[in-house]
Design a binder for this molecule. Structure first.
Ligand SMILES: Nc1nc2c(c(=O)[nH]1)N[C@H]1C(S)=C(S)[C@@H](COP(=O)(O)OP(=O)(O)OC[C@H]3O[C@@H](n4cnc5c(=O)[nH]c(N)nc54)[C@H](O)[C@@H]3O)O[C@H]1N2
Ligand SMILES: Nc1nc2c(c(=O)[nH]1)N[C@H]1C(S)=C(S)[C@@H](COP(=O)(O)OP(=O)(O)OC[C@H]3O[C@@H](n4cnc5c(=O)[nH]c(N)nc54)[C@H](O)[C@@H]3O)O[C@H]1N2
Ligand SMILES: [Mo]
Length: 775
């Protein structure tokens, strides 16, 4: 065993282009435990990022005691991320919630399940007694539950209650990935496969610090870089991340200017003739418009907007334009930045223009972040309709009504589903009166936390929180439901390259904690939801039955699971959807024939205007006659809603460290990871630090119009004018006794992308000042 805090990526196992990535099995066991002493190894996969690294959980005396990578799996060939190697210890944490809690006279007190569920059901029935009562329910779920749990929740919300107010924290995470995939290709679903890393000759990382956020995918890229015929690498990030340091070319763009950069790059690619005219003519719509829009972005203009040298833009265009197998990944540096969907679509355009899609090495990822975000989207727990169906297509509604045996009018489809930011707005204004939060910690992860605390604290709002720990959010709830988690429940989930894994139950949850699926099914039973014939709407009792029902719902849709069974997922590798009778081993790449999911009867959306978010109608969509061709969408650059000014002269961007997962409920309870990054910090460019009189380690104050935080300075690692704060640290440090304003989201604004509705966490105007001694 090696110290993977000191070296997050482990030893290189180089390989050549077209070769097979060698196995390397990573293992971590509890102190003093040897592999011989392990009672059982139980199959699972990672839930601390979207990579889907397969692993076995070691069980000793009924407790989780370690993990081991699965060499047979197509995703990780045995490797594990540092968070996975150490993070399982949080399952055994002594402060896990073991009993439900209810609020009595202002305080949360322990109770039993009957009392806790009874309160939720009583409140629910009260609301349903009033006409339109279904509109008073809001559900805010996660990208971290299992597929079966989301599907059960989606059916409860859409066929049981009939509320349109359901979304996931996937709105903060990969709403833009979904929006960009739908906009360009007709439906959600990643075109590429991780094996594209084995074949590519250039890798472009668009606002994706993959080295810290998907360490195993990064080791695959690094191993190619260390083998024969290594791929070239381009990084676009305002910070000097490990990715930027490895790359052949790093464009340290000013935060919020991605679209200008991409427009400039596409202009060069078109002007230099580096695009595939035949592919564009046969498989795309919109070339002339795109060419006209990007023509206004010559290198000098882009250099001025993005603040990178014009020569570097030309070099980047050449790297992209002359590669023969280009792999791109896009993540939060685009999705949470200005003009998110428009910018992400330009990466799709790059691949379409160059015909770099649907063949080996020409991979494109509108990357996921959370381990199960793909499932939130597929099952409709994010508000979309299950099976990547289109809310605006009556035939799709009819299919679901038939499947669930409910009236079409029960299924909300008279307007787009309510997105999370709007759900919070309704909760603030009072039209949502019951907000059920599962597996997410919005009191740390949403923007403008002072506002979020105000909303959760409203007396009129009944808040249910389903979690493992008494989080910043849970302590503001009316009812807290203690959940089982990974390793303590059975289910499936799907990673960023469509690989479906099974996660078995290794141990029992602590105390009275229950699997999220059991909680949702218990609620359905107590609410006694009925179908149109008066029979029970939901009769499932366990995950496998829900999975079988989900397979029927997915049949014929892009995410077709009909060929997958729990049994087939046991023992070997995960399987990529679609998996059907015709493709019994799954499907490695989508769109290999250049036919996209844009047919009006099949597509997931009729589309939006990328600049304003205005929705197109079915007729407008049909008039564009996509006929299986992909859309080349164009948009002009506009500055972000917050730009630096006199009072707030710098730009704050936020994000992740390799050692922590999100709000640290698990990694903060893991000794090795907590010690590796015990407190937040702010990264500053040396020239900015000098000018402000700040030295490395000095305490500083960062302020925005919403709030102020006090954190130590780290000088270096970032471009001038931009500062970075990790968003992992909430306003208390695991121990609720110790409270300090130090969360990045005290500063961020309630603002979102017009198309994906994803919040703009990466561009906030701030002021930075040294703290005087004693302050
Ligand atoms: N260690 C760790 N790994 C994780 C997670 C975690 O919490 N910790 N979370 C998982 C989840 S849910 C997600 S969504 C992913 C996120 O994975 P990433 O997207 O890789 O992570 P971030 O740090 O949020 O953002 C990536 C980069 O965007 C850059 N950036 C900021 N503003 C801009 C901009 O305007 N333009 C450009 N081009 N870049 C910009 C930041 O400097 C940052 O380095 O990670 C997953 N993996
Ligand atoms: N400023 C800023 N803000 C951000 C981001 C950023 O880059 N910058 N990134 C955004 C992104 S991409 C994301 S994904 C979000 C993440 O934000 P959150 O979802 O709020 O973060 P987590 O800490 O992962 O919260 C998950 C919660 O679910 C609990 N949990 C874990 N497993 C289970 C389970 O099986 N069942 C139940 N019931 N509970 C469980 C955990 O204890 C934890 O409290 O943050 C977003 N916010
Ligand atoms: Mo995320």
């Amino acid at each position: 065993m090696v110290d993977r805090v000191a070296d997050p990526w482990g030893a290189r196992t180089p390989y050549r282009q077209g070769g097979c990535w060698p196995d390397r099995v990573d293992v971590q066991l509890a102190d003093g435990l040897s592999p011989r002493d392990v009672d059982r190894w139980v199959q699972s996969a990672s839930v601390l990022h979207s990579n889907g690294d397969a692993m076995d959980i070691a069980v000793k005396d009924g407790r989780i005691a370690g993990v081991r990578g699965r060499a047979v799996d197509r995703v990780n060939h045995g490797r594990l991320d540092p968070k996975d190697l150490y993070g399982w210890q949080a399952n055994n944490s002594p402060d896990r919630l073991t009993r439900p809690l209810v609020r009595e006279h202002g305080r949360l007190v322990p109770t039993d399940w009957d009392t806790a569920m009874g309160r939720i059901v009583q409140r629910s029935k009260q609301l349903l007694d009033d006409p339109g009562g279904w509109g008073r329910f809001g559900f805010y779920t996660s990208g971290q539950l299992f597929l079966e749990e989301y599907y059960a929740l989606a059916v409860i919300g859409k066929a049981g209650l009939g509320t349109p107010h359901m979304d996931g924290n996937t709105r903060l995470c990969t709403a833009t990935a979904a929006a960009a995939l739908k906009a360009s290709f007709g439906t959600d679903g990643q075109p590429g496969s991780y094996t594209d890393v084995d074949h590519c000759d250039a890798i472009a990382l668009w606002g994706h610090n993959v080295a810290e956020t998907q360490t195993v995918l990064w080791t695959r890229m690094l191993d190619r870089r260390h083998g024969a015929e290594p791929p070239a690498m381009l990084a676009v990030d305002p910070r000097t991340t490990p990715v930027a340091r490895e790359a052949d070319l790093h464009l340290a763009v000013r935060a919020g200017t991605n679209l200008a950069l991409l427009n400039g790059l596409l202009r060069e690619i078109i002007r230099r003739g580096w695009y595939d005219e035949r592919y564009v003519a046969a498989h795309t719509v919109g070339f002339d418009d795109l060419a006209a829009v990007v023509d206004a972005y010559p290198p000098d203009r882009v250099a001025a907007v993005c603040d990178v040298p014009a020569g570097d833009i030309e070099r980047a265009a050449e790297l992209l334009g002359t590669s023969r197998r280009l792999l791109s990944t896009v993540l939060q540096g685009f999705y949470q930045s200005n003009q998110a969907t428009a910018a992400a679509c330009q990466v799709n355009n790059l691949h379409l223009l160059r015909g770099m899609i649907g063949r080996r090495g020409a991979g494109l990822y509108q990357m996921n972040g959370q381990p199960t975000a793909q499932n939130t989207r597929e099952t409709g727990a994010d508000g979309d309709l299950p099976g990547l169906r289109n809310w605006d297509n009556p035939a799709h509604i009819r299919e679901l009504a038939r499947l669930w045996n409910v009236d079409e009018m029960t299924i909300p489809h008279w307007a787009p589903p309510t997105h999370a930011m709007q759900i919070w707005r309704y909760a603030e204004q009072g039209s949502i009166e019951l907000l059920w939060i599962s597996a997410t910690n919005p009191a740390v992860s949403l923007p403008d936390l002072a506002r979020v605390r105000r909303i959760l604290g409203r007396d009129e709002l009944f808040v249910v929180v389903q979690d493992l720990f008494l989080t910043e959010t849970a302590e503001l709830a009316d009812v807290v439901l203690p959940s089982a988690t990974w390793g303590e429940k059975l289910g499936t989930f799907t990673n960023a390259d469509r690989t479906v894994h099974l996660s078995e139950k290794a141990v029992d949850p602590p105390g009275a904690a229950r699997a999220d699926l059991d909680i949702f099914l218990d609620y359905a039973r107590r609410m006694d939801f009925r179908d149109r014939d008066g029979g029970p709407l939901i009769e499932w009792t366990g995950p496998q039955e829900v999975f079988e029902a989900w397979k029927r719902c997915s049949a014929g849709r892009p995410c077709d699971y009909t060929g997958i069974t729990y049994e087939r997922l046991r023992g070997g590798s995960g399987i990529q959807w679609p998996c059907t009778d015709d493709a019994p081993d799954g499907t490695e790449r989508l769109y290999t024939d250049g036919v996209f999911n844009t047919d009006p009867d099949y597509c997931e959306t009729y589309g939006h205007d990328l600049s304003t978010g205005a929705e197109f109608t079915a007729d407008e969509y049909r008039a564009r006659e996509p006929a299986g061709r992909a859309f080349l969408h164009a948009a002009g650059y506009q500055p972000s809603p917050e730009v630096p000014g006199e009072e707030y002269p710098m730009l704050l961007t936020t994000g992740r460290s390799v050692y922590h997962f999100h709000t640290r409920t698990k990694t903060g309870r893991t000794p090795e990871l907590a010690a590796a990054a015990p407190e937040p910090w702010v990264e500053l460019n040396p020239a900015d630090a000098d000018r402000l009189g700040i030295a490395d380690g000095d305490p500083v104050q960062v302020s925005s119009p919403r709030g102020t935080i006090r954190v130590p300075a780290r000088v270096g690692g970032i471009r001038p004018g931009v500062v970075f704060v990790p968003f992992h640290y909430g306003y208390f440090d695991i121990d609720p006794g110790k409270r300090t304003p130090r969360a990045a989201n005290e500063l961020t604004a309630t603002a979102w992308d017009p198309v994906s509705k994803q919040p703009i966490f990466k561009v906030t105007a701030v002021r930075v000042a040294p703290l005087e001694p004693g302050e």
